[in-house]
Ligand binder design. Structure first.
Ligand SMILES: [Zn+2]
Length: 287
């Protein structure tokens, strides 16, 4: 019995990209080389669709324009199952490596492709590797110019590759209050934010730690959690990339074989909806 009224639902999200497209492999696998890999994203995302269907979960799928171009039928299946389709950029370029104009083009191309293929409107965006930083604070203005309504692109943590440690932990607004930013969920302990919304940490920690952290966000902070994972994380049989440095290898491959079971526990233990469902009121008032 909870003495506080917790939010009724949390937001489930999937970043739809293939195993060889992750930022950590950028210096090992060039974009020109992507076409030479046998894709696994379609099969893995179909498995996720089955898992969500079995547990009556609806989610937001942040999808690469590249994936929509190569697997249009997959994008149609995501939408026809009632999920929210959103953009993860065209080909997973981190915003920290883009000029404002290049970012605008990336947003436009990915939105148009996803909308063309799916026949639905796309107005959500997640930056590859949470690459909104203090150095590119024009990002939300460009999202507004390109017809987006929400973003989930900030990690309010300290990390070697990304993050704005002092950003607000929960939903807030930019660009004349018209873009809703939904940072990935953190739990706050002793004045420090720790990630608890997915990624390598979810695979590293025992499941009970994540469950405790999400409950704490729901009950102590009285906020929904936003969780994310990737199709390649439930695929322990994916081909291994050669010659990775030790840290990259550990981060990508650790506990892949346990991931699907852990995600199923999450699906059972909490109620999950799409971002537009969980944040319906805030999105309406921003429009
Ligand atoms: Zn990504």
């Amino acid at each position: 019995m909870n003495e506080h009224s917790a939010p009724t639902a949390n937001a489930m999200t999937v970043d739809v990209e293939d195993y060889f497209q992750v930022s950590a492999f950028e210096s090992y696998v060039s974009r020109e080389n992507w076409k030479n890999f046998a894709g696994r994203v379609e099969h893995n995302t179909d498995r996720i669709l089955e898992m969500f269907s079995a547990h009556q979960v609806q989610a937001t799928f942040f999808t690469l324009g590249w994936v929509a171009e190569h697997y249009p039928d997959l994008v149609k299946r995501i939408v026809s199952a009632g999920h929210d389709l959103a953009s993860h950029g065209w080909d997973h370029r981190r915003v920290t490596n883009l000029t404002r104009q290049e970012f605008a083009t990336d947003l436009k191309m990915s939105k148009e492709k996803l909308e063309d293929v799916s026949g639905t409107e796309v107005n959500g965006y997640r930056a590859p590797s949470y690459s909104f930083t203090r150095e590119n604070e024009w990002t939300h203005d460009v999202l507004l110019e390109q017809g987006y309504a929400y973003s989930s692109s900030i990690a309010p943590i300290k990390h070697d590759l990304y993050g704005i440690p002092d950003a607000p932990r929960f939903s807030h607004r930019y660009a004349e209050q018209r873009i809703l930013e939904l940072p990935i969920t953190t739990v706050r302990l002793l004045n420090k934010n720790y990630p608890c919304g997915g990624g390598g940490w979810f695979r590293l920690y025992p499941y009970g730690v994540s469950k405790w952290a999400i409950n704490r966000v729901n009950h102590k902070d009285q906020e929904p959690a936003i969780f994310y994972f990737h199709p390649w994380e439930i695929d322990p049989d994916q081909p291994k990339i050669d010659n990775l440095d030790t840290r990259t290898r550990f981060r990508h491959y650790q506990n892949l074989e346990k991931m699907e079971g852990k995600v199923v526990k999450l699906l059972k233990d909490f109620d999950w909806q799409t971002i537009p469902q969980v944040y319906a009121d805030q999105l309406k008032s921003a429009a």
